[in-house]
Design a binder for this molecule. Structure first.
Ligand code: HEC
Ligand code: HEC
Ligand code: HEC
Ligand code: HEC
Length: 160
């Protein structure tokens, strides 16, 4: 138990310094990914709609379906868009280690949520109204498709 605690604090230190070097001059600790299930506790309506209607909620199935035909390297290329926070603190690592992050969850649009959650839901600590832009959808969707997104209606298909 004690050994595990020490390991955790060492890892936390490594993650903090990695975060700090990504954000030079920033005093705030960078927010990390926590997963859609964590959001459900306070945003039940959005989470329920998302789970029922959004293809994103099952985007792991799309890659699992094709996994047998892909090399491990090719499969890794799918993770950036089909999972949450791949390669970033708190984000997707593998189907076994981080099953809760295996879909493209709330945080692919709203950004990593740990600071918002830890503060009990502070608005300023999450990307919400007026701080989101369809351009950000182009990280994963091709620009042609995004230009056809009418922001509001597509929310129901893509989110909640
Ligand atoms: C991290 C990558 C990522 C980002 C960022 C992203 N999406 Fe998606 N989205 C996906 C993936 C992956 C799917 C497909 C899931 C599947 O079917 O496997 C998808 C599916 C969708 C769908 C359903 C597609 C359909 O034809 O029904 C809509 C609508 C959508 N996204 C809208 C958006 C909007 C609007 C934004 C920006 C606010 C956005 N997405 C940002 C990855 C992303
Ligand atoms: C650059 C981001 C990106 C990458 C990388 C990516 N995808 Fe996707 N994928 C998407 C988006 C976005 C959609 C949804 C398209 C839409 O409807 O707008 C999608 C849709 C799909 C679908 C169709 C799902 C359906 O219901 O029709 C399959 C299957 C799929 N992807 C498999 C894969 C596999 C396998 C890989 C890796 C080899 C991969 N994708 C890599 C973004 C990506
Ligand atoms: C495809 C991108 C996308 C995904 C995925 C997504 N959202 Fe959103 N969400 C948005 C956008 C865009 C808005 C802002 C709409 C507006 O400007 O009115 C929003 C608004 C919200 C709001 C504010 C609603 C209000 O009426 O004040 C909450 C809360 C929220 N989302 C929670 C979630 C949760 C929880 C999840 C996951 C279960 C999620 N979102 C997944 C794009 C997304
Ligand atoms: C501990 C409860 C709690 C958790 C967990 C939580 N939220 Fe919130 N969230 C809130 C509260 C409360 C508000 C409303 C704040 C206000 O109106 O001042 C809020 C507001 C929001 C908004 C709207 C912001 C705006 O500008 O209007 C978004 C988007 C959002 N949350 C997304 C998320 C996402 C994504 C997650 C998971 C990563 C999450 N929340 C987890 C409590 C929570």
């Amino acid at each position: 138990m004690k050994g595990k605690m020490i390991l955790i604090s060492v890892l936390a230190g490594v993650m903090l310094s990695a975060g700090a070097s990504l954000l030079p001059g920033s005093a705030k600790a960078a927010s990390t990914y926590v997963g859609s299930a964590t959001c459900a506790g306070c945003h039940d309506k959005e989470y329920t709609n998302f789970s029922k209607y959004a293809k994103k909620a099952h985007s792991d199935r799309s890659i699992k379906m094709m996994a047998k035909k892909l090399t491990p390297e090719e499969l890794k290329e799918c993770y950036a868009c089909h999972t949450t926070g791949y390669g970033q603190p708190g984000g997707f690592v593998s189907f076994e280690k981080t099953p809760d992050m295996a879909h493209a969850g709330c945080e692919v649009c709203h950004g990593p949520g740990s600071a918002h959650v830890d503060a009990g839901g502070a608005k300023a600590l999450i990307k919400g109204k007026g701080r989101m832009n369809v351009k950000e959808c182009e990280k994963c969707h091709n620009s042609e498709r995004v230009s056809n997104f009418r922001f509001k209606p597509m929310l129901y298909g893509g989110a909640h």
